[in-house]
Design a protein around this ligand. Structure first.
Ligand code: NDP
Length: 342
């Protein structure tokens, strides 16, 4: 079995030299009654939060219960999907398609089949199930509808808007009837947001020098909802431009993942006087709308109302580059690595 691991804990932006490809010999059979399942990986979801798990927790970073630290040299667990090659668990049989927490490896031995589910493709391509129907989709749907609590016609700002979660937030918001502006880090991404994904407007935040006045330009009447994927200066500028009773959904603060010293400091007096709600949330909190999310999203796709934005790399060796792309902005849409074909 080949798998990717980290050589050491990572501080700052991840580098190719932080990773290594390891080979181990594993048995592809399980003992009857063991409850273990062995999965052959087809697709892996590449996610920014993994960087926080790769840091050394003896540093100023605090370990969070949802993000148990990754141990250098060991397999890295991650969301993905594949096929069962052997099962000692009564809920799974050889050849079942499954999705859940597997590893950055060709094969994963899932003890007790924990966090593994049978996959119903609903007739959609397999890769959709690590992106739009996976954690990214649920995060966008639950975060937008349950945390942002939108009303039709409200003005929505989304950062990292061409990314996996961001592009879906923008699409759900438009379909719901909001006015949506996104920001992204290249001209090509801005064009895509406006011309393909139906955003009302978009801008390249890297071309702006004063984000507070930039947002004032795009939202002369203020922002009602900010879906934050980035943190840092964008969060501060958005809070500055929020309307009374505005909502900020803090989904992620990717600009702060590579710089432990950097933390957004929005003006808290603004938060008080404008009665702004700032709420962090996790995809895991959104399971109460999971069935609704799947059926609504499937309907939108079947009716041609949503676009699927995927950025797929191939092969185990491409995992480090695919992961680094999230922090340099080299991905467009959901970053996925295909390890094997079905
Ligand atoms: P994306 O597909 O959006 O990829 C990351 C993008 O972030 C990059 O493409 C880049 O786009 C942007 N970015 C990177 N560094 C910076 C920076 N310093 N400043 C501004 N933008 C930057 O990733 P995901 O959609 O998977 O994740 C988006 C966010 O949501 C992350 O913060 C992630 O941790 C969080 N998340 C949270 C979940 C939850 O349960 N709360 C679940 C899933 C994701 P650009 O060209 O715009 O710079």
């Amino acid at each position: 079995n080949k798998f990717i691991t980290i050589k050491r804990h990572i501080e700052g932006a991840p580098q190719e030299s932080d990773f290594e490809l390891k080979t181990e010999s594993i048995s592809l059979s399980v003992q009857a009654g063991s409850n273990d399942v062995i999965v052959k990986t087809f697709y892996l979801s590449i996610d920014p939060y993994q960087l926080n798990r790769m840091k050394s927790y003896s540093s100023s970073q605090k370990a969070h219960s949802f993000a148990v630290g990754i141990i250098p040299g060991e397999a890295i667990d991650a969301f993905g999907l594949g096929r069962v090659v052997a099962s000692g668990h009564p809920g799974f049989e050889k050849d079942d398609l499954v999705a859940g927490v597997i590893t950055w490896g060709q094969y994963s031995v899932i003890k007790g089949a924990v966090m593994l589910n049978k996959l119903d493709t609903m007739g959609f391509p397999l890769s959709y199930h690590v992106g739009i129907f996976g954690t990214s989709g649920l995060t966008a749907y639950g975060g937008f509808f349950q945390v942002c609590k939108p009303k039709k016609g409200e003005k929505v700002f989304v950062s990292a808007a061409s990314g996996s979660v961001g592009n879906l937030v923008g699409q759900y918001a438009k379909l719901f009837g909001c006015y949506v502006v996104g920001c992204a880090g290249t001209k090509q991404k801005v064009k895509l947001l406006k011309e393909k994904l139906g955003f009302d407007d978009a801008f390249n935040y890297k071309e702006e020098t004063d984000l507070k006045s930039t947002l004032k330009r795009y939202f002369p009447d203020g922002i009602d909802i900010y879906f934050d994927n980035v943190g840092g200066d964008l969060l501060e500028a958005a809070v500055f431009n929020m309307n009374t009773f505005g909502r900020v959904a803090v989904c992620g603060v990717i600009s702060e993942y590579i710089d432990a010293a950097k933390r957004a400091a929005p003006d808290m007096l603004d938060v008080i006087y404008k009665r702004i709600t700032i709420q962090g949330f996790l995809a895991a909190d959104q399971m109460n709308v999971y069935a609704d999310f799947l059926s609504t999203t499937a309907d939108h796709l079947r009716n041609g109302k949503m676009e699927v934005l995927e950025d797929i790399s191939h092969g185990m060796e491409s995992i480090p580059t695919a992961f680094m792309a999230l922090f340099s902005g080299d991905n467009i849409g959901k970053k996925i690595v295909q390890i094997a074909a079905d």
